[in-house]
Design a protein around this ligand. Structure first.
Ligand SMILES: NC(=O)c1ccc[n+]([C@@H]2O[C@H](COP(=O)([O-])OP(=O)(O)OC[C@H]3O[C@@H](n4cnc5c(N)ncnc54)[C@H](OP(=O)(O)O)[C@@H]3O)[C@@H](O)[C@H]2O)c1
Length: 324
């Protein structure tokens, strides 16, 4: 719709024979289109979704559309760190390579809620559980990425794509206070979404820096905004909130096929390697852009990394810490 010409089409996706890809939240929406297009190019695709019924239905549909039988469902519920660990263990027991991790799943503008994690008592009440959007969009994907990073490094060249949103622009108006990120007091559903989408970009900034410091080349970590896309994302918005956002996403936004192009570019295009695209933020259609100052800041990226590490060590007693 409002974006410039297409720099990348599905026909530009190279042959992905021998490649293994995980796409979170690929039972519907933009993620399902990505899984389908990668399967069409002969990729081994893992549909990582929380619902077995929806995940298996997507697998059957993708197999029948593409004729590729190498499409598998593995259960992943991002609202449970235990489920994230089980997913990673099951994946690693079946596959020894991972070339593409597409952290696509997300929720937007949910009413305040908490994930199932973290019953340990701490001095601060805010640490008791993890807020739903923060848990799904950031913490669980961060944990998943850390559990799979050694396999991604072993499989290089490899890619990590974090699906962010231009909603992160709101951090120009209000920046998050990490110490209060799980608090009910002061919670705003859009504000929280915007924070978590800025975190998706900050993780790319910090991971890219750490990979470089370790001399690890050929692991390409980037973030993107898919565009305003007609999907089920608006289902979490309460009926009394943001009629405008629901109307746009349900009616006049772009089709999921268009929304998938930018992340497909970052996940598969040879240009990412030939142009050494790392730690960047891309917008439709497959064009470089600049995230807002909060989400570009190396200081904020390091602070978020440390905060998330501490949170995971608290919630997951056997967490070994980030591999890099
Ligand atoms: N649509 C847009 O206009 C737009 C704009 C900017 C950014 N984005 C981003 O694009 C990404 C894809 O969104 P979409 O538009 O395709 O939305 P969607 O149709 O709602 O799909 C979201 C996917 O995430 C999954 N998911 C949600 N919570 C999960 C959990 N706890 N565990 C595992 N999977 C979970 C959903 O699974 P269930 O079906 O089980 O809920 C679904 O498969 C999101 O990160 C979103 O923030 C979208």
């Amino acid at each position: 719709m409002f974006f410039s010409s297409k720099h990348f089409e599905f026909s530009d996706i190279p042959d992905l024979s021998g490649k293994v890809a995980i796409i979170t939240g690929s039972n519907t929406g933009i993620g399902k289109i990505c899984a389908t297009e990668m399967a069409r190019k002969n990729c081994q695709v893992i549909v990582a979704s929380r619902s077995e019924d929806k995940g298996q239905a997507a697998v059957a549909e993708i197999k029948s559309i593409t004729g590729n039988d190498n499409v598998e469902f593995i259960k992943l519920d991002l609202l449970s760190l235990k489920s994230v660990k089980q997913f990673a263990e099951e994946f690693k027991s079946k596959y020894d390579k991972l070339h593409i991790l597409l952290n696509n799943a997300g929720v937007m503008m949910c009413p305040y809620g908490l994930s199932e994690d973290g019953m340990q008592m701490k001095f601060t009440i805010y640490r008791l559980r993890i807020e739903t959007q923060f848990a799904t969009n950031h913490v669980a994907h961060y944990y998943l990425t850390m559990l799979l990073l050694p396999t991604l490094i072993d499989s290089k060249p490899s890619r990590i794509v974090n699906v962010s949103s231009d909603g992160h622009n709101y951090t120009c108006i209000s920046e998050p206070n990490l110490d209060k990120i799980n608090a009910k007091e002061g919670y705003g559903s859009f504000k929280q979404y915007s924070y978590t989408k800025a975190f998706n970009i900050l993780v790319c900034v910090e991971l890219t820096k750490r990979l470089k410091a370790k001399g690890i080349e050929n692991v390409y970590v980037n973030a993107n905004h898919p565009g305003l896309v007609k999907t089920e994302l608006a289902r979490h918005i309460s009926l009394f909130e943001s009629f405008y956002v629901r109307f746009v996403l349900n009616n006049i936004a772009m089709e999921p096929e268009q929304g998938a192009l930018t992340q497909m570019y970052l996940a598969t295009s040879q240009e990412v390697e030939s142009k050494n695209i790392k730690g960047q933020y891309y917008v439709p259609y497959a064009k470089p852009s600049s995230a807002v100052a909060y989400a570009r800041s190396e200081k904020n990226a390091a602070a978020l990394y440390d905060f998330t590490e501490e949170l995971l060590k608290e919630k997951v007693p056997d967490y070994q810490g980030a591999p890099i």
